[in-house]
Design a protein around this ligand. Structure first.
Ligand SMILES: Cc1cc2nc3c(=O)[nH]c(=O)nc-3n(C[C@H](O)[C@H](O)[C@H](O)COP(=O)(O)OP(=O)(O)OC[C@H]3O[C@@H](n4cnc5c(N)ncnc54)[C@H](O)[C@@H]3O)c2cc1C
Length: 455
């Protein structure tokens, strides 16, 4: 593709990876247009702004972005400290979005609802790579819709706005919709904005990742203020090694400490834990809720509780790209090539070999999925991974294949990493750090470089 092409490259999403991609494209002299549906950069991060990142600043800044920001007088934060989501947005994403070359490229309140090829649908093969992409964009007022032509698409739209349901089967549990006003998805700000909702109440937290851990620890803190505040934790499996983590062996100390504190509260009884609980129904019970697991003959019940937090992770929204030809992993809905490398059925470490444009491309030429969306439903994405994705994809779009193929990635270790055969139960997982099970050989790079998980 020629750099003189007048059509811009579209970046969908102004989160950390979308903005990194935009910065790399700008640096290569390509016209760029960033579509961000929120009113500011990092809108999804703002939704969990009260949470402290488990990776310190030195891992949260893209190298090219760093150079760009320094040119504009940026004062880099101290590399060993851990920002909250709010600080990460204020001290990194906002200054980046304000750099003139990017500021001119970003449109806020612009939601992309569809990506297609000009004049042809998904079925037509002949000459489709010569046709520009058409983005259907809904502007801030939600009523005006327009069509923008672009030469390539970098989908960095994340997964945050499509949370997994409470229902263990991947679809809503019976009653989940009916009692939606008592169920929160993701990471409610239990100690801040949502304090009055949770203080003095009994809350069931569902999920086995770092989001669940954060909410549970906040509920324990809230119980210091009002001992009537009670936390119950339900997980589908029995192996909690991913969320308990590697403790002192975790190279990301904050992540290791999070898991250790959680484990201590469970063992001391301040958090009541119910493992192997697959929620199939939510029912009313005297002004409160109970959840049911009817997957094994006898119906098991948990509760009553006042509130439920579904910290069950997110999934990619695939509606937007329905008219283009994507190749996705059938299990994770990640890009196809990444699937076997990050599949939590196979290994719990969050590491991944260096990868770039080839693993993030699709049969539809010119569209790439990057950032946390490239991982689909897998819970182990780190920004460091996304920064290298963004660099490689921008180089590929610019036609610099040598740079695009020259991928590097070194991730911090978790200190815990299991591998297992896909059909074994979680409880039989081999929990030795990065040890390979005979049934599931793991590439060397994965065994030597494990990193963490998220809820
Ligand atoms: C609680 C939590 C803590 C985390 N902590 C860490 C950590 O410590 N270290 C780490 O490396 N990673 C961490 N992660 C994982 C990951 O790095 C972050 O989720 C990161 O924000 C992913 O960046 P992204 O740019 O891919 O997606 P997002 O940050 O989700 O950005 C996507 C953007 O796209 C926009 N968008 C979505 N759909 C559309 C559309 N249709 N049209 C236009 N715009 C759209 C959204 O508004 C959003 O701004 C954490 C994740 C969570 C949830």
């Amino acid at each position: 593709m020629a750099g003189s092409d007048p059509l811009p490259v579209a970046v969908i999403g102004g989160g950390p990876i979308g903005l990194a991609a935009a910065a790399h494209l700008v640096q290569r002299g390509l016209p760029v247009k960033v579509y961000e549906m929120g009113v500011t950069a990092g809108s999804n991060v703002r939704a969990w702004q009260h949470v402290r990142l488990f990776s310190p600043w030195k891992y949260n800044v893209d190298a090219t972005v760093r150079a760009l920001l320094l040119e504009h007088g940026w004062q880099p934060p101290e590399g060993e400290t851990y920002p909250s989501g709010e600080e990460f947005v204020a001290e990194y994403l906002e200054p980046l979005a304000a750099v003139p070359a990017l500021a001119a490229a970003i449109e806020y309140g612009a939601r992309v609802t569809a990506v297609s090829r000009l004049g042809i649908d998904k079925i037509v093969s002949s000459g489709r790579e010569k046709r520009p992409f058409v983005l259907t964009v809904t502007a801030a007022d939600g009523r005006r819709q327009r069509r923008d032509l672009v030469r390539a698409v970098v989908d960095a739209s994340g997964t945050w706005s499509t949370p997994n349901p409470l229902g263990a089967g991947g679809v809503q549990a019976e009653g989940e919709e009916e009692f939606a006003d008592l169920i929160a998805y993701g990471l409610p700000d239990v100690l801040g904005r949502a304090r009055s909702t949770y203080i003095g109440k009994t809350t069931l937290v569902v999920g086995a990742g770092h989001s669940a851990a954060n909410v549970l620890l906040d509920l324990v803190s809230l119980s210091d203020a009002d001992p009537a505040t009670t936390a119950i934790w339900a997980t589908r499996g029995t192996n909690l090694s991913r969320v308990y983590g590697g403790g002192a062996n975790d190279e990301l100390a904050a992540r290791g400490e999070l898991g250790t504190r959680l484990q201590n509260f469970v063992e001391s009884g301040r958090i009541q834990l119910a493992t192997e609980f697959s929620i199939t129904a939510v029912r009313a019970s005297g002004g409160q809720l109970v959840v049911e697991d009817a997957t094994r003959g006898d119906v098991r019940r948990l509760g009553p509780v006042d509130r439920i937090v579904a910290a069950t992770g997110q999934r990619p929204n695939l509606d937007m790209t329905r008219e283009v030809r994507l190749d996705l992993d059938p299990c994770l809905e990640s890009t196809k090539a990444l699937g076997p490398l990050i599949d939590p059925n196979l290994h719990s470490c969050g590491s991944v070999p260096p990868h770039g444009h080839r693993e993030l491309a699709h049969p539809e030429p010119g569209i790439y999925t990057v950032g946390i969306k490239s991982y689909g439903r897998a819970p182990t994405f780190l920004m460091l991974t996304g920064f290298e994705q963004a660099r490689s994809v921008a180089a590929a779009i610019a036609g610099d294949l040598a740079a695009a193929d020259d991928v590097h990635l070194v991730l911090p270790e978790t200190g815990v990493c299991s591998t297992r055969s896909p059909d074994t139960s979680a409880s039989t997982a081999n929990t030795s750090c990065c040890g390979s099970s005979p049934a599931t050989p793991v590439p060397e790079v994965i065994r030597t470089s494990c990193c963490g998980t998220r809820g």
